[in-house]
Design a protein around this ligand. Structure first.
Ligand code: NAD
Ligand code: ZN
Length: 379
């Protein structure tokens, strides 16, 4: 089968790989119809992880079931399914509590398992023609009748829509709250969409890319361009000097365009200033150092200069972590189905798998208009 394979920093190629197949009786085999490029893929793409050469990328996957293992009871051949990026065993203490991002069986001792990721188990990604789904009954979300018609919406259930929603859950967003969201990438935009769905009274989205801020506006948010003055001051002005009730971090560790060098602590420290005293901050951005020179440097993952003093004085709370995608999927899927959620608004490109290397280049450079790329292997 054709697949997009990682060979080294900024070196991904579409090559022939052995066909994905059923390996365990609980597996499901899916023919991929849509697979997205995610900001999280860039941690591997840019060489910030110890991703091994030869691994297929891709954790935002959707497709048609073409084969099921003998022990699969619920999922049937022909079903259209979306695949949460976290893979759970379904039976451990965490999976049973809905914390499928932290399955204790498939990748014990770390942060759960996922498709096509560094450090999250041996599982191949879905930027390919076929994908093997372990524990298929648990890890497939069977989609309703309108799955094909609304494919570009439903595929967002694999990661960024529930992740944006998770950011608002971690921050405890309630109806009437004002919310500041750092990052107008796909995740930040989905956090804005989620805050709006939850009934937030004012949503402010911080970024410096006009095209992305324009999309934030389409989701009902006030755009805040940090290249045009202090984002914190703009938020304070919009909240009568008080600060936003809740904050979401949807940027993670990356080079900041404004300063031209790494400033991984900017968003966290600004959130402490832009959120009111006793407010809460939900952090879904991933903090992986840029260009680590050694294994030791990689292990310092996420160390930062954080203003704990001000955070403590303001009596704020922070919650973090991967989205437990499965926990939100049923409800978010229903919202798409009835037309109350439209995550596909952010889609900028629908391309064939062959065009993936070029798409990575543009998305990585955050080139104008490259907001969210969907790859269609059947194209
Ligand atoms: P992205 O890189 O496309 O978007 C990040 C945005 O942040 C960009 O638009 C960039 O311009 C903006 N930005 C950079 N510096 C900023 C600053 N100082 N202030 C405000 N904005 C700034 O990525 P994405 O796909 O939206 O993902 C965002 C983060 O979420 C990544 O770290 C990704 O790994 C993470 N993520 C986490 C989960 C999870 O389960 N927790 C799931 C998916 C993605
Ligand atoms: Zn993703």
């Amino acid at each position: 089968m054709k697949a997009l394979v990682y060979f080294g920093p900024r070196d991904v190629r579409v090559v022939e790989m052995p066909d994905a197949k059923i390996e365990q009786s609980t597996d499901v085999l899916v023919k991929i119809t849509t697979t997205n490029i995610c900001g999280s893929d860039l941690h591997m793409y840019e060489g910030r992880t110890d991703m091994e050469s030869g691994k297929i990328l891709g954790h935002e996957n959707m497709g048609r079931v073409v084969e099921v293992g003998k022990a699969v009871a619920q999922i049937k051949v022909g079903d259209m399914v979306c695949l949460p990026f976290n893979i759970g065993c379904g039976h451990c203490q965490n999976c049973e509590s809905g914390l499928t991002g932290f399955c204790l069986t498939l990748n014990p001792g770390f942060a759960g398992a996922a498709y096509g990721f560094a450090g999250m188990g041996p599982f191949s990604g879905g930027q390919a023609e076929y994908l093997r789904v372990p524990h298929g009954d648990f890890n497939c979300l069977k989609l309703p009748e309108d799955a094909i018609e609304k494919e570009n919406d439903y595929v967002m259930l694999s990661d960024i829509f529930p992740t944006g929603y998770h950011a608002t859950e971690l921050a405890g967003v309630k109806p009437g709250d004002s919310v500041v969201i750092y990052g107008a990438g796909p995740v930040g935009l989905m956090a804005a969409h989620s805050a709006s769905i939850k009934g937030a009274s004012k949503i402010m989205v911080v970024d410096n890319h006009p095209d992305r801020l324009k999309l934030a506006e389409e989701f009902g948010a006030i755009p805040i361009d940090f290249s045009k003055g202090s984002a914190v001051e703009q938020v304070l002005e919009l909240t009568n000097g008080k600060g936003a009730d809740k904050g979401c971090e949807c940027v993670g560790y990356q080079c900041c365009d404004k300063h031209g060098k790494e400033h991984s602590n900017i968003t966290m420290n600004e959130l402490v200033q832009a959120v009111k005293a006793t407010g809460s901050i939900g952090v879904v951005g991933v903090f992986v150092p840029k260009d680590p020179k050694s294994k030791e440097e990689l292990q310092k993952e996420g160390h930062m200069d954080f203003d704990f003093g001000q955070f403590w004085m303001k009596g704020q709370r922070i919650a973090t972590g991967q989205a437990n995608v499965k926990a939100y999927n049923r409800q978010l899927s229903t919202l798409i189905s009835v037309g109350k959620a439209r995550p596909s608004l952010i889609v900028s490109h629908e391309l064939s798998l062959d065009e993936a290397p070029n798409a990575y280049k543009h998305f990585d450079a955050r080139d104008k208009g490259w907001t969210k790329v969907l790859l269609k292997p059947e194209m």
